[in-house]
Design a protein around this ligand. Structure first.
Ligand code: SAM
Length: 264
């Protein structure tokens, strides 16, 4: 199985669309806050790397308007088709291997992508190369080790079960070679890559109904492996999914680290 570096997400699986749809409501407001802070506006040229679905590129398209450009790239562009009209251009592209799809970008953004890429250094170099002088790079990646619990407030058996399953999942991911602390390294990596004015912050919901969709999709995705590894029984998983559906779990998510800087 391909490493997922703690995102618990993998486009190739059938649950990918469902998981992808769950990421937007949780993390789009944070992403948009950062992009607004950069001053994104009419005429900007943006490259959305590993775009996944449409929520970020559609938001960018509204901001940059008809005089701007949003190039949305991904290994798998199937979920991007509805956004593929000017100023959005969709391209199949491997950020770890191919040349950038353009140059002189005011903004390059990659969320939950870099940790999945084997040659991260090359991918980062390519994203920075594509920036105009003064252009901004925003990289966002999860750091599940920083806040590992789906239920930090353990106030009953439902929360205990949720945390036990997630603990088992982390073991599986670590066995796969996933780096569950990748997010926190982003500011250092951006500085080392030559960016200036590098800053970073982190966000995670502590109790949000929006976490339920992601939790359910993730557990369903890993169900067979959790059972095969003896971490959980089918009954455990059914009980947990029912608990999540019932609500009132105070579900949290792994922190998203957002790190940004400017090209000299
Ligand atoms: C976890 S999803 C995140 C999608 C989106 N950025 C978001 O935050 O909702 C990771 C995305 O990165 C894409 N991806 C992974 N490796 C890539 C690569 N080498 N080049 C381009 N895209 C890649 C995947 O296909 C997938 O769409």
């Amino acid at each position: 199985m391909k490493r997922t570096d703690g995102y618990l997400l993998d486009n190739r699986h059938s649950a990918a669309g469902e998981q992808g749809d769950a990421v937007g409501p949780l993390f789009d407001p944070t992403t948009f806050r950062h992009l607004e802070g950069f001053g994104i506006g009419p005429g900007w040229r943006c490259w959305e790397v590993g775009a996944g679905g449409t929520s970020v590129v559609s938001w960018m398209a509204k901001r940059v308007g008809p005089t701007g450009k949003v190039i949305a790239t991904d290994l798998d562009t199937s979920r991007l088709t509805p956004a593929a009209r000017p100023p959005v251009e969709v391209r199949v592209h491997d950020v770890a291997v191919e040349e950038p799809p353009g140059e002189g970008f005011d903004l390059v953004h990659a969320r939950l992508v870099l940790a999945q890429v084997a040659d991260r250094e090359r991918a980062l170099r390519s994203m920075i190369e594509a920036l105009a002088p003064g252009g901004r790079l925003l990289i966002e990646d999860a750091d599940p080790a920083l806040q590992p619990l789906p239920c930090p407030d353990v106030h009953g058996p439902a929360q205990q079960l949720a945390n036990r399953l997630r603990d088992g999942l982390r073991t599986l991911l670590a066995d796969d070679g996933s780096d569950l602390s990748f997010g926190r390294s982003l500011p250092r990596l951006l500085r080392a890559a030559g960016l200036r004015r590098v800053m970073a912050d982190a966000y995670f919901p502590l109790a949000s109904p929006a976490c339920a969709a992601l939790e359910s999709a993730t557990i369903r995705e890993f169900r067979a492996r959790l059972v095969t590894a003896g971490i959980a029984t089918e009954q455990d998983i059914d009980r947990h999914l029912a608990n999540v559906t019932a609500g009132g779990m105070d579900l949290a998510a792994a922190p998203m680290i957002s790190a940004w800087g400017r090209k000299v």
